[in-house]
Ligand binder design. Structure first.
Ligand SMILES: [Ca+2]
Ligand SMILES: [Ca+2]
Length: 264
């Protein structure tokens, strides 16, 4: 497999723009990924664009259903080796996944597991498969979820860390979409952090943002990464949110504040 040239900051939105990136993939240009199928069909991950998520451009996509009938996929798409020899801490992996189907159809329940291996030897792969970084069904459809994990223990110091994305453990849904994969140094994000006072917490109807700077962008998401509010003011209407814990991001220029709050 070829080693991909790393493309700094291309996939990152504001706030991650100065993060130290070890590997990134948007599937929008040639991608040097490997494929492995453990099922009995002849299909596997492919690179497509989909009307369901036009903002993503090209994506990796794997089917659990085709016109001819249901599939029971066990499909892997495998990154090129990532050299993290000189990295000792704060290695994060983020990726986005989604289903095109509305939650109400019940056809959104695609299952994805993610593993990190130290090279591609049988022992390394067996060890990786025994301990997934991520392994769960999509909770809702028509959303691109962002998941982020600390993979320092699995990847730091390795000269050939590899990412294994496995579409499996599901049947007769439709397809899963994978995009915007990044391995980066989470500590390098701190260069861009600012502090914001977000109150009250817990909040019921309105969340106030006290931060220096006039042009702000506020993004509120669920713990699973689903964006539920975006606003460009410092007084955020949250009356319609369900009770629970949320993550806020406050962007001012290229700086960012982030934290949690509880909605009552
Ligand atoms: Ca893409
Ligand atoms: Ca297959």
């Amino acid at each position: 497999m070829k080693k991909l040239l790393l493309s700094l900051s291309v996939v990152f939105t504001c706030g991650l723009s100065k993060a130290q990136v070890y590997f990134s993939e948007t599937f929008d240009s040639t991608a040097a990924w490997g494929l492995l199928s453990l099922d009995t069909d002849t299909l596997n991950w492919g690179i497509y664009t989909t009307q369901a998520f036009p903002d993503q451009g090209a994506v990796a996509l794997s089917q659990s259903w085709v016109q001819a009938g249901p599939l029971t996929p066990d499909n892997f798409i495998i990154s090129p080796p990532i050299d993290l020899t000189n990295v000792s801490s704060n290695v994060s992996l983020s990726f986005k996944i989604g289903s095109p189907e509305a939650t109400s159809t019940g056809w959104h329940e695609e299952f994805l597991s993610v593993y990190v291996s130290d090279g591609a030897s049988q022992a390394a792969v067996t060890a990786a498969l025994a301990a997934p970084v991520h392994s769960q069904v999509l909770a809702e459809g028509e959303i691109m979820y962002t998941f982020t994990y600390d993979i320092t223990a699995l990847a730091a110091g390795k000269d050939s860390a590899m990412l294994w994305f496995r579409h499996h453990n599901c049947t007769d849904e439709n397809f899963i979409v994978l995009d915007d994969i990044s391995v980066y140094n989470s500590a390098s994000l701190n260069e861009n952090t600012i502090s914001a006072n977000v109150y009250p917490n817990p909040a019921k109807d309105v969340l106030n943002i006290a931060v220096e700077g006039d042009e702000v962008e506020v993004i509120i998401s669920t713990l699973e990464g689903k964006v539920v509010v975006t606003d460009k003011t410092k007084t955020i209407d949250i009356a319609n949110l369900n009770a629970g814990m949320y993550i806020y991001k406050v962007k001012v220029g290229d700086k960012i504040a982030t934290g949690n709050f509880v909605k009552n």
